[in-house]
Write a protein that binds this ligand. Structure first.
Ligand code: FES
Ligand code: FES
Length: 157
């Protein structure tokens, strides 16, 4: 049906206005309407973490978030983490520590990892394991991801 709702949000610092189907997820809006394809669709049902983005600085699974529910809010995707040419310390650390293989999970891992440091949940290996447990890596890059997080957290402080 043509039951669209007006949504205004800020994505990576840019104001965006669109008419959204109330059933659309933030994930589909980012990828298909805004061409921000760095955010990946893995399971599309809240079980893999590939779609993780930040809303008002908190991590959310964009496949479980309705676009209309973030009206008026600030959304950050992996495309918004770097500062122009300068990669975010977490992005640099993932590269330095080989924190990815196929790369499909990587933007979600990085968005979660950045939030984790902000939450104060990146201090110990056990904390990192627990609080990153929603981000699945089929390639098994977990030890390298943890090394990257430990490296970046120092620089982020
Ligand atoms: Fe959202 Fe898997 S695509 S959790
Ligand atoms: Fe392939 Fe994580 S790098 S799924």
């Amino acid at each position: 049906g043509e039951n669209l709702v007006a949504v205004a949000l800020t994505v990576n610092g840019r104001s965006v206005r669109l008419m959204a189907d109330p059933r659309w997820t933030l994930l589909d809006t980012l990828r298909e309407r805004l061409s921000l394809t760095g955010t990946k669709k893995g399971c599309d049902r809240g079980q893999c973490g590939a779609c993780t983005v930040h809303v008002e600085g908190r991590r959310v699974l964009s496949c479980l978030t309705l676009t209309a529910s973030v009206d008026g809010e600030h959304v950050t995707t992996v495309e918004g983490l770097s500062d122009g040419e300068h990669l975010h310390p977490m992005q640099r650390a993932f590269i330095a520590h080989d924190g990815f293989q196929c790369g499909y999970c990587t933007s979600g891992q990085i968005m979660s990892a950045v939030a984790l440091v902000g939450e104060g949940h990146a201090d110990t290996d056990d904390d990192i394991k627990e609080y990153m447990s929603g981000n699945i890596c089929r390639c098994g890059a977990y030890p390298f991801i943890r090394d990257a997080i430990k490296d970046a957290r120092e620089e982020m402080r």
